[in-house]
Design a binder for this molecule. Structure first.
Ligand SMILES: C[S@@+](CC[C@H](N)C(=O)[O-])C[C@H]1O[C@@H](n2cnc3c(N)ncnc32)[C@H](O)[C@@H]1O
Length: 249
């Protein structure tokens, strides 16, 4: 396991602020390739949630929310949204976004060249609907209640015990509620001991995810979601998360 949490580092804080809040042109200033992978935190909500099926006074939970863009996006449609992340540095930045509506971040261009960007939350989103807290998605506080929507985007392969989270989800999602899980299934020993990789040591991770969620959840749809994380102006991580939306029976 890791001695220090990389998600507390300033390098990843700047990278995630850019990934979540910089415009497409600020992240990827090219007219070719990879454009399908932009806007991932926004697409988690626009593609991932059936907003037409949400009830009145919707409660939503964003697990592993990082610096909070998807949490704010959920607040377009939900009256109360809680974002939880294990990184105090990420939660502090998300809370600054909530109270100030903006946050500066350094974008790496090349070598020692950087650009300071002023990043913003869309003014159409009511920040008072959003609450951020530091916490462990494997041990969610018992008094948190139940939700109409729970999302866990690119989280499960960063947990030491993903099944611990998956087993709590039937208590967290109300009957008829929606669950979105996206994951590139990038299993690494530093985060998850191989004995805990889903699907028989990640022979078939989705089968493992499915057997942990059924029968309490019914699979509604499953699709591919590319996402792009900028390292510098000429180097990007292009990944393809597997997305699945589940209905709580
Ligand atoms: C790959 S990032 C994904 C962030 C965000 N959901 C997204 O899609 O951009 C993984 C996130 O999970 C958080 N995380 C790792 N372990 C966690 C845990 N046990 N409980 C809650 N969050 C955790 C990290 O701090 C990081 O913000």
């Amino acid at each position: 396991m890791m001695a220090t949490n990389p998600y507390e580092s300033d390098e990843l804080l700047q990278q995630y602020l850019i990934f979540h809040y910089a415009s497409s042109a600020e992240q990827f200033p090219y007219g070719f390739g990879a454009v399908d992978a932009l806007g991932f935190p926004q697409r988690c909500v626009s593609e991932g949630i059936d907003v037409g099926a949400l009830p009145e006074n919707t409660r939503a939970l964003d697990l592993g929310c990082s610096v909070g863009c998807s949490t704010f996006e959920l607040a377009r449609h939900c009256q109360e949204v809680i974002g939880i992340d294990y990184s105090q540095a990420f939660i502090d930045a998300a809370n600054r976004m909530k109270t100030e509506g903006l946050h500066a971040a350094w974008r790496l261009d090349e070598g020692s060249a950087t650009t300071l960007l002023d990043l913003k939350v869309d003014e159409a989103i009511d920040p008072n609907r959003v609450h951020f807290e530091a916490g462990d998605a494997q041990h969610i506080r018992e008094d948190i209640g139940q939700f109409d929507v729970v999302i866990a985007c690119n989280l499960i392969c960063r947990l030491p015990e993903p099944k611990r989270l998956l087993q709590q989800l039937s208590q967290l999602v109300k009957p008829g509620g929606q669950l979105l899980i996206t994951t590139p299934f990038t299993w690494l020993e530093e985060y998850t001991p191989s004995a805990n990789w889903l699907g028989d040591g990640a022979q078939d991770s989705f089968a493992g995810l499915r057997s942990a969620l059924e029968p309490e959840f019914e699979l509604q749809k499953q699709w591919d979601m590319p996402f792009l994380i900028r390292e510098h102006a000429r180097k990007f991580q292009y990944s393809i998360a597997q997305a699945s939306r589940w209905l709580r029976r």
